[in-house]
Design a protein around this ligand. Structure first.
Ligand code: URA
Length: 233
């Protein structure tokens, strides 16, 4: 059987995106044939090597799936459970292929998120060269003024980097839409806060060309090949 780099093999087995698999390996969470391996380039094959992640055996490649989900409020985007807090994967049957979210939404954010076991597809979506824009609908305590819109459009410093939205648009009194390219933690909330706005509801309504549409909170469906094309359009 053809040998593959460990990080690639783990991504193909649906553990996480390739980059995230590298991190998992660097952290010393992966064992190959009983030895902790911290080098992502290590060559492995599923027939001859026994691979464990966090002590659990990993099976070879699985059928690739990808779902679009309307994330309800209160669920955490994490593959690992911390305490008894509900996580997104609770919405999927336990028998399901090892799934993870592509990027994250805050616990209190609702809306469109992709859930997959396909590390390569996840990498493609996340990669900056894909240029995928995410659109959010934001409800605030205050009425949006022209000054708010001006400050929002300037963006904010997040993790030492200045993040500027692609566009900002008032929808009605206390609601605006914002489009961003980056995928930084709390980015929309931080940008809103810098403009002096208190966010009461945050919903992701679009990823690339893919719209949340009429999916109810907690509902998910498989992405079709057409959806995938639309996503990158
Ligand atoms: N920006 C945020 O502030 N939170 C999210 O959940 C997503 C984008």
């Amino acid at each position: 059987m053809e040998k593959k780099r460990l990080s690639k093999a783990l991504a193909a087995a649906g553990i996480a995106s390739r980059r995230a698999c590298e991190e998992i390996i660097f952290m010393g969470r992966v064992q190959v044939n009983g030895t902790t391996v911290k080098i992502p380039q290590t060559l492995v094959d599923w027939e001859n090597d026994r691979i464990l992640v966090d002590g659990a055996s990993v099976r070879g490649e699985q059928k690739k799936v990808c779902y679009m989900l309307n994330k309800p409020k209160g669920l955490i985007c994490s593959s690992a459970r911390v305490g008894r807090k509900p996580i997104i994967l609770d919405l999927f049957p336990a028998s399901h292929e090892r799934l993870f979210t592509i990027g994250r939404l805050d616990r209190d954010t609702t809306g469109l998120i992709l859930v997959t076991n396909d590390g390569q597809f996840a990498q493609q979506v996340i990669h900056p060269s894909s240029n995928i824009i995410k659109e959010y609908l934001v409800k605030t305590m205050q009425e949006i003024t022209a000054e708010h819109l001006e400050t929002l459009s300037q963006g904010a410093r997040i993790d030492e980097k200045w993040v500027r939205p692609v566009s900002v648009q008032k929808v009605r009194k206390g609601t605006f839409k914002i489009c961003v390219k980056e995928g930084r933690k709390h980015e929309v909330r931080i940008i809103a806060e810098r403009a002096g706005l208190k966010v009461t509801e945050l919903t992701r309504i679009r990823i690339g060309g893919l719209l949340l549409g009429s999916l109810a909170p907690g509902e998910f469906r498989s992405l079709t090949e057409t959806d995938k094309k639309v996503l990158f359009s």
